[in-house]
Design a protein around this ligand. Structure first.
Ligand code: 4AD
Ligand code: MG
Length: 447
């Protein structure tokens, strides 16, 4: 009996008779030959059926077999450079084929161009297509690499709550839900505040889960539900944090290059851009970034570009600013020391410059913009209390958080990395909605 293999292992099976279980992604007939491009979840492989090898009635069904029919194919593996597929370069000569189900012949995601809204309405089927399949395979590896790095660097995984009593990242993007007799609860915008409690027990921790922002912004970088990994480290300052970030991001890129090269290639990704990612990453202060933007503004005569680049000290960066800054570097860029006013309430002030805070954003190359936001956290109880009031946050809900500054406060830092933005960068795709299986945006909760 032929052994059942997965297509991503096919190179090791050359010359052997194997069985592949999957779905017909594409079919072409050439007289006595039918070429089936079969996908099995791990890859796409060409299966060639020759009329003389099969029962006449069965061959007849193959000629008409609709896309997405499920099949079990058995036959020998042959190397052939021309054979399409992922990884490609191999085909199976069909000795036997069982048609598990002949799919209905009105497949909505048939092989032609579809509008984005149509594709998103059929996301449950769209994920079968090679590009979407490749992106989500890469996502899975990114997630594995994230956990691998923290698990091998002394971090404890802590799961922080999703139902929370207060805002972490600003009150304007909170999803609220009635919560029994307790009034309102909010979907977590970040697990950071709990992580800060956790490090005082465990030293180094990370949480990793779904994160919710009622973002009104309809951009290609915003989802209302996304996945964020958030490490937090006790006795860690801003410089040490930046070192961790560059080691961590490099690890993810390297593992993706090692394990997902066929998928990256199938997406047409320029691999050489990713191969350059190595520590150290360039670091610039917000002040210097503001100067660079001013220079770029002065240097252009294009009124449209001028409009986009308009910037003054104190503003947060928009996408065009981030793109301009990162266009000067091959590697991710660390920008530190943002104005206190554009950042969250919990950031440690810059010594001697209270208008600046010890924050750092990591901006991905090639115009992908911020994928990590982080900072050193405020360690003084009294200053934190004052900040909570300035931000009109309810002191009652933050009582436990203030406790952390009463009982053994230490300098500490952490960051949050968005999985979808990272995946979009690594895959080189336009919009982060393709970097998650079922995207949630202001206009979409289906399917
Ligand atoms: O910069 P943010 O808002 O930082 C925090 O939430 C901190 N509490 C994290 C921490 O220090 N523990 O978000 C961090 C990252 C962003 O850089 C981005 O990658 C991602 O989360 N992100 C989003 N991704 C998709 N859609 C959105 N609406 C996002 N908002 C943030
Ligand atoms: Mg941010």
């Amino acid at each position: 009996m032929a052994s059942i293999i997965r297509v991503d292992q096919i190179a090791a099976c050359e010359g052997q008779e194997v069985t592949v279980q999957g779905w017909v992604y594409n079919r072409t007939d050439k007289g006595k030959l039918v070429f089936l491009l079969v996908r099995d979840g791990s890859g796409f492989v060409q299966c060639v059926a020759f009329k003389g090898d099969l029962d006449a009635a069965l061959f007849d069904r193959l000629v008409r077999l609709p896309q997405e029919s499920s099949v079990i194919v058995t036959g020998p593996v042959r190397a052939d450079k021309r054979a399409p597929g992922v990884p490609g370069g191999y085909e199976i000569g069909v000795k036997q084929i069982e048609i598990v189900q002949e799919a209905a012949d009105d497949y909505p995601m048939a092989l032609k161009e579809h509008g984005v809204d149509f594709a998103l309405d059929h996301r449950h089927l769209w994920i079968r297509m090679p590009s979407q399949w490749a992106i989500l395979r890469i996502r899975s590896t990114v997630i594995a690499a994230i956990r691998e790095w923290f698990d091998t660097h002394g971090f404890i995984n802590m799961d922080t709550p999703i139902l929370t009593p207060a805002a972490c990242e600003g009150t304007t993007t909170l999803f609220e839900t009635p919560y029994f007799d307790e009034g309102l609860a909010y979907l977590a915008q970040s697990g950071q505040l709990y992580n800060e409690a956790d490090i005082m027990a465990f030293g180094k921790v990370y949480c990793f889960g779904p994160t919710f922002r009622a973002e009104k912004s309809k951009t290609r970088r915003h989802l209302t539900e996304f996945w964020m990994v958030e490490p937090e480290i006790a006795f860690c300052d801003l410089d040490q944090l930046m070192e961790i970030e560059e080691q961590f991001v490099t690890h993810i890129v390297k593992r993706v290059l090692r394990e997902r090269l066929p998928e990256l290639k199938s997406l047409g990704r320029d691999i050489t851009r990713l191969e350059k990612i190595e520590p150290p990453f360039p670091r610039i202060s917000y002040d210097d970034a503001a100067k660079i933007l001013q220079e770029a503004y002065d240097a252009t005569d294009d009124p449209e570009k001028k409009e986009l680049l308009k910037f003054e000290w104190g503003m947060d960066f928009g996408a065009p600013h981030e793109t301009e800054l990162t266009s000067r570097f091959d590697k991710p860029l660390l920008v530190y020391g943002y104005p206190t006013a554009v950042k969250a309430f919990y950031m440690e002030p810059w010594p001697g410059r209270p208008e600046v805070c010890k924050s750092v954003d990591l901006l991905a190359p090639e115009g992908y913009g911020e994928i990590i936001g982080g900072s050193e956290r405020m360690s003084s109880h009294d200053l934190l209390l004052q900040r909570l009031h300035e931000h009109q946050l309810p002191e009652e809900a933050f009582k436990w958080y203030l406790d952390l500054r009463k009982y053994g406060s230490v300098p500490h830092s952490g960051f949050g990395m968005g999985v979808e933005r990272t995946v979009a960068w690594l895959c080189g795709i336009e919009h982060i909605r393709e970097a998650i299986a079922y995207p949630r945006t202001i206009k979409r909760v289906y399917p």
